[in-house]
Design a protein around this ligand. Structure first.
Ligand code: AN7
Length: 349
């Protein structure tokens, strides 16, 4: 078993002092989704790259193994990030692994339970900011400029180096790049990393390039709208971001690929979360955004017949259990009695 840095070191632009800190991230499954493809109109092959199966439950671990390995190898003692939750949990875990201190700034009251619990469990100093993710990012950038603290948000170029590995894995599994890649967009690091990774492999081995479909939540869609959103709001709290740090780079990548960045409504995102779970893949709301956008595009006439499409599902459903439980009725109750159970089940098989 090896971590991503050891496996892909020859393909990653990391300084010589980088000292691998790993939790054996990556190597996530590419799951065929025939029923969902049929639901979306059929005629194409659909796969989910299930990044929720990383060590801390999100894709962030790919970039974090790189960023923390670089920081640790340089002798840094403390790392800091702003986060909507997943980056916080991942930074906390990899910092703990390396014996470093992690400070994570999160928007007050807007982080899903599994992420806050994770950051706390791994021993990070968790600070709630009275403001948005964008406000928190401004603060950590400023503080990392004046103190010997490493910033591990995706502004850090090593994060993108690590996250490129997801594109490498998809090419390894399919034997080439997919025709289209859809994924959620928040601070816009991941879409940029995928594009870097696909381009790198295409230059090396002619593996092809996917069209990118980046999808934001409608209430937090600065790139789809073309201007910053001062008060972003969405049920998909992971991507509740109004001023993406890599926004321009993401728009350029989408355009270069022949794709685009669009928005999907919260209702569409939650409906897609339900559809994915109905085929056995439970993801957090933000992770359903890419496919929610794809579904809307197909309904509006996008022709994907004959294509191979990969949807990146970035985080596990367990990250945000409340997204499901707050919408459900309490499960029915039955007496501890076989007659009562038989009555309740009726004719069901
Ligand atoms: C599940 O954790 O920004 O476009 O601070 O958690 O690379 O930002 C999370 C982002 C998609 C968007 N899906 O990725 C953070 C944070 C999930 C996420 C995104 C995030 P980027």
């Amino acid at each position: 078993m090896s971590g991503l840095l050891r496996k892909y070191r020859h393909l990653l632009d990391l300084p010589a002092h980088t000292a691998e800190v790993t939790l054996y991230e990556g190597n996530t499954p590419l799951i065929s989704m025939p029923r969902l493809a049929a639901e979306l109109g059929g005629g194409f092959d659909l796969f989910v790259k299930f990044e929720g199966l990383n060590p801390t439950g999100s894709f962030k671990d790919r970039g974090m193994t790189a960023a923390i390995s670089e920081a640790a190898g340089r002798g840094v003692r403390t790392v800091i990030c702003a986060s909507t939750g997943n980056t916080a949990a991942s930074a906390a875990a990899y910092a703990a692994r390396a014996g470093l201190k992690a400070i994570v700034l999160i928007p007050q009251g807007k982080v899903a339970a599994g992420k806050l619990a994770g950051a706390t469990a791994y021993g990070a100093q968790v600070v709630q900011v009275e403001g948005s993710f964008d406000d928190a990012l401004g603060l950590v950038v400023a503080v990392s400029e004046t103190r010997p603290i490493a910033l591990v948000n995706s502004i850090n170029p090593y994060r993108l180096e690590g996250q490129k590995t997801a594109a490498f894995e998809i090419i390894e599994t399919l034997g080439r790049a997919p025709d289209r890649l859809c994924l959620p967009v928040g601070n816009a690091g991941n879409i940029c990393a995928y594009w870097l990774g696909f381009r790198q492999m295409h230059e090396r081995q002619g593996s092809g390039l996917p069209r990118l479909l980046g999808v934001q939540a409608a209430g937090a869609a600065p790139l789809a709208l073309g201007h910053p959103v001062e008060q972003p709001e969405t049920v998909a709290t992971a991507i509740r971001i109004g001023r993406p740090a890599r926004g321009e780079q993401a728009l350029a990548a989408a355009e270069e690929s022949g794709g685009r960045i669009i928005a999907a409504s919260d209702d569409d995102i939650l409906a897609m979360q339900t559809l994915l779970a109905a085929e056995g893949v439970w993801v957090e709301p933000a992770s359903a955004a890419g496919l929610a956008g794809l579904k809307n595009e197909i309904a509006a006439g996008l022709d994907v017949r004959g294509e191979t499409i990969v949807a990146v599902c970035t985080g596990h459903g367990l990250k945000d259990p409340d997204a499901v439980t707050r919408r459900m009725a309490a499960p029915e109750v039955v007496a501890a009695d076989i007659g009562a159970l038989e009555g309740l089940l009726g004719e069901a098989e």
